[in-house]
Design a protein around this ligand. Structure first.
Ligand SMILES: NC(=O)c1ccc[n+]([C@@H]2O[C@H](COP(=O)([O-])OP(=O)(O)OC[C@H]3O[C@@H](n4cnc5c(N)ncnc54)[C@H](O)[C@@H]3O)[C@@H](O)[C@H]2O)c1
Length: 263
């Protein structure tokens, strides 16, 4: 007989799972943390902004979820190692990593100082490598895990380029390429690695860029859905890739962009 059974597991149920989210004090990382906690995961909310993390944890607790806040500069190996070790100590394992911490300072290529290029690569690309490697070493022990790397449609070769973001585009292209290689090496351990490539998403970081209103309007003009995305719309994709519902997906890039690159 057909019909809904209330005892059936929820779609994208994360009960019993442990997740780390980086750059989680605001924007998409915050939305991801709340979404994963709502689905039942215990969430480690990490960011350089510890006060922001604590506010996110309070919000999760009000929703009867479980979360802890941890300060972590994702580009620093010592910080990453502490977060991973503390997560295992507190929750016993790591099932999900959402690599999300990122910066996107607009500046012209011709005058971009080497140090600024290095800073973006350090946080956006090396940070993802460090956190993924440290978490994967734990996931290998349990022979399961899901790593979700937040890339961008600025990753290259998708028909949309971004002037003023040489360093950022390099980091995001690096993330998708690195994720493919990681997916191949980690598949034998039942660890999946996927990317999300968001388009223009309304977040505190996107609002505070040095882009002029004219530059921003020009950026939004080609988006078929004629609006920016919401952090929650990215969090839905994160939830799907984090959960067993995406069990046959690895090495893939999920584009969430209001149709931008299709245009
Ligand atoms: N907003 C967009 O339109 C857009 C589009 C595509 C991809 N992205 C990517 O999505 C991710 C989140 O972006 P957002 O728009 O939510 O940004 P945001 O600026 O609103 O939030 C980013 C968070 O990362 C944290 N952070 C910065 N440096 C860090 C570090 N070294 N270690 C740990 N945390 C650090 C910040 O404190 C902040 O809380 C980034 O990787 C970004 O590149 C954003």
């Amino acid at each position: 007989m057909f019909g809904f059974n209330k005892t059936m597991p929820k779609f994208c149920d994360l009960k019993g799972k442990v997740a780390i989210v980086t750059g989680a004090a605001k924007g998409m990382g915050k939305a991801d943390s709340i979404k994963l906690a709502e689905a039942g995961a215990k969430v480690v909310v990490s960011d350089i902004d510890i006060a922001g993390c604590q506010l996110v944890v309070e919000e999760i607790k009000k929703l009867r979820g479980e979360a802890i806040a941890m300060r972590c500069d994702a580009s620093k190996k010592s910080d990453v190692e502490v977060v991973v070790a503390e997560t295992v100590k507190k929750f016993g394992k790591i099932d999900i990593l959402v690599n999300n911490a990122g910066i996107f300072p607009f500046e012209p290529f011709l005058t971009m100082p080497e140090a600024n290029f290095e800073k973006v690569i350090d946080i956006n690309l090396k940070g993802y490598f460090l956190m993924a490697q440290a978490c994967a070493k734990e996931m290998v022990k349990q022979k399961s895990g899901s790593i979700v790397n937040i890339s961008s449609i600025a990753m290259g070769q998708v028909g949309v380029g971004f002037a003023g973001l040489t360093h950022y585009c390099a980091s995001k292209g690096g993330i998708t390429a690195m994720s493919e290689a990681m997916a191949l090496e980690l598949a034998p351990f039942n660890i999946r690695v996927n990317c999300i490539a968001p388009g223009a998403i309304a977040t505190p970081g996107a609002t505070n860029t040095s882009m002029t209103k004219e530059q921003n309007d020009a950026m939004l003009a080609p988006i078929p859905m004629k609006r920016q995305g919401k952090s929650e719309e990215i969090a839905n994709a994160v939830l799907f890739l984090a959960s067993d519902e995406s069990s046959y997906m690895t090495g893939s890039v999920m584009v969430v962009d209001g149709g931008w690159i299709a245009g």
